[in-house]
Ligand binder design. Structure first.
Ligand SMILES: *[C@@H]1O[C@H](CO)[C@@H](O)[C@H](O)[C@H]1NC(C)=O
Ligand SMILES: *[C@@H]1O[C@H](CO)[C@@H](O)[C@H](O)[C@H]1NC(C)=O
Ligand SMILES: [Cu+2]
Length: 231
């Protein structure tokens, strides 16, 4: 009995994931070197309350920055490694928030209406029993930093929403982390428009959060949050 419970706990911990390292060009960081250590760095467990303060960056110790800020060219790619892989089905999102004047990526807490979405994806196989998202099984996830953002320091927030249990309220599992980045060579022409806050941008009843993945086979999926910005 006890052994079964332990094995089940171990199996479910393996099914969860974190985003511990960054890769920019040829440079791979150490774990939690450019990414703020998350509360689930050991358990790998998700955020399930979209109104919780953990929705910002899921930090283990808010106020403690990552040791380094990664430099990335606007228009270039930023990769988060996944420990060990995106093992649940659901959408991948990336958001940026610019550090306000007088602050750096290291000092910025990401609170308030500061975030804009730069990427979201949708599923294939809607209406069938084989709905899949592009990130399924990936050991790393990559986003292109828009060429039109202003140069400067930002928090880059990765969010994967696992939908396998999302058919009941509070069942969606959100896997979140924030990297500290320094964007260089941005044109600064982007008007990001209505910025959103985390927590705040999502409600537990949003159709992309409270979502029945299996039967009857869903024929559409609406990503929560704002539309991604376009250059
Ligand atoms: C940047 O990332 C995108 C999306 O993952 C990928 O398609 C593209 O090949 C990457 N570009 C480079 C130069 O790595
Ligand atoms: C960010 O990049 C700018 C331009 O290259 C540089 O002057 C600045 O020192 C960098 N800041 C950090 C924290 O890396
Ligand atoms: Cu899991």
């Amino acid at each position: 009995m006890k052994l079964t419970a332990l094995l089940l706990a171990a199996a479910s911990a393996r099914a969860h994931y974190t985003f511990p390292k960054s890769i920019v060009g040829a440079s791979t960081s150490a774990e939690w070197e450019t990414i703020r250590m998350t509360e689930n760095h050991f358990s790998h467990g998700p955020v399930t309350d979209v109104s919780s303060s953990a929705m910002t960056c899921y930090e283990l110790a808010p106020g403690t920055p990552a040791p380094k800020t990664a430099t990335v060219a606007a228009g270039g790619n930023f990769t988060f490694t996944v420990d060990t892989s995106v093992s649940h089905p659901g959408p991948l999102h990336f958001y940026l928030a610019k550090a306000p004047a007088g602050q750096t990526a290291a000092t910025f807490d990401g609170k308030g209406a500061v975030w804009f979405k730069i990427y979201q994806d949708g599923p294939s196989g809607l209406g069938t029993s084989a709905i899949t998202w592009p990130s399924a099984g990936k050991p790393q996830v990559t986003v292109q930093i828009p060429a039109c953002v202003a140069s400067g320091e930002y928090l880059l927030r990765v969010e994967h929403i696992a939908l396998h249990s999302a058919g009941s309220l509070g069942g969606a599992q959100l896997y979140i982390a924030c990297a500290q980045i320094n964007v260089t060579g941005g044109s600064g022409t982007l008007n990001a428009g209505g910025l959103v806050s985390f927590p705040g941008a999502y409600a537990a009843t949003d159709p992309g959060i409270l979502f029945q993945l299996y039967w009857p086979a869903p024929t559409s999926y609406v990503n929560p949050g704002p539309a991604p910005v376009k250059c």
